[in-house]
Design a protein around this ligand. Structure first.
Ligand code: ADE
Ligand code: ZN
Length: 331
């Protein structure tokens, strides 16, 4: 049964915002603990509020939700719960984005969230061998100056990060705004990713590649609007970290049956499946896989290919990639 294969095969998750894994029950618990006022009176009301028209309507609630994260233990709990979910979903490797500015802008210091995150990551590694990398993401609706300042504040913690990323409101905030901070990161040997072509035009994908020099594109589903870009992504096997349930919740596609992920896979693009912000969009990695499978249909070979892509597109060392791909090829 292919649903069992989806659940049981080893997978990597490459596009996950840790702040987007804050479940309503933890949000309510922490709001009470820190006396943060939220416009919800129950877990059910939180879930009901998660109806979005576009990216911005989601981001407004995402930043509001993150305001309950205050002390080191809150950040530990958040990360720990996500890592437990990885174990349950057989996500053996994850590359997790976090938004420092979402916290530093509220007066939370780097040590608070970095210590919480790394303590959970270390515990999961010790307990069941969970492999995890962190991706420091800049908020693109803020200024270049603020991104540069954030990068300077992050310096003592950069050895704990594998890459830098770019997220938040895409339209009107083109990648080239962050060319200098990405160059600084690159000079230190950090990998680079950027959200592009989620709501923004194909040009944002081109500029993320040509100006920021990214190693992969987060989302990228609007690449189909530019045939030259499609050819480039195929030729260079640039990974796209696609997030199916997110795209439906944020109205990038009307329904899962309209999603283009299988079309992209059939064109030999290196696409992967990811959860983005699972507590806001209705599911973790296996839920995303199962939703695509049920609405669009996937063959056994396509399911295995998507998992192989997740390792090949990861920042793991070659030997680890080979180990997981061989295991997948033997299923
Ligand atoms: N931050 C969290 N999730 C995001 C998404 N899907 N796009 C842009 N920024 C985000
Ligand atoms: Zn995202």
């Amino acid at each position: 049964m292919l649903e069992n294969l989806i659940k049981s095969m080893p997978k990597a998750e490459l596009h996950l915002h840790i702040e987007g894994s804050l479940e309503p029950d933890l949000m309510m618990e922490l709001a009470k603990k820190h006396q943060v006022t939220l416009p919800y009176s129950s877990v059910e009301e939180v879930a009901e509020a998660y109806q979005f028209d576009n990216l911005q309507s989601f981001l407004d609630l995402y930043y509001l939700g993150a305001s309950v994260l205050v002390d080191e233990n809150d950040f530990f709990q958040l990360m720990w719960r996500y890592l437990l979910k990885c174990k349950e979903d057989n996500v053996v490797h994850c590359e997790i984005m976090f938004d420092p500015q979402t916290h530093t802008q509220r007066g939370i210091d780097y040590a608070t969230f970095m210590n919480g995150f790394t303590r959970a990551i270390q515990k999961a590694k010790e307990e069941w061998g969970q492999s995890s990398y962190l991706i420091l993401s800049f908020l693109r609706h803020l200024s270049e100056e603020q991104a540069l300042e954030t990068f300077e504040q992050a310096r003592p913690y950069l050895h704990l990060c594998k890459a830098v990323g770019l997220d938040s409101s895409e339209k009107g905030n083109p990648p080239e705004k962050f060319a200098r901070v990405f160059e600084k990161a690159s000079n230190l040997g950090l990998k680079k990713v950027a959200h592009a072509g989620e709501e923004g035009p194909p040009d944002y994908i081109w500029n993320s590649l040509n100006i920021l020099g990214v190693d992969r594109i987060d989302h990228g589903v609007r690449c189909v609007e530019d045939s030259e870009l499609m050819a480039y992504l195929i030729e260079h096997q640039i990974p796209l970290t696609v997030c199916p349930l997110s795209n439906i919740k944020l109205c990038v596609f009307d329904t899962m049956s309209d999603h283009n992920i299988v079309e992209l896979l059939n064109h030999n693009l290196k696409v992967t499946i990811n959860a983005d912000d699972p507590s806001y969009f209705g599911g973790y990695l296996n839920d995303n896989f199962l939703s695509v499978y049920r609405s669009l249909g996937l063959s056994k070979d396509q399911i295995i290919q998507l998992a192989i892509n997740s390792f090949e597109a990861s920042f793991l060392p070659e030997s680890n990639k080979q180990y997981w791909c061989q295991r997948l090829n033997s299923l």
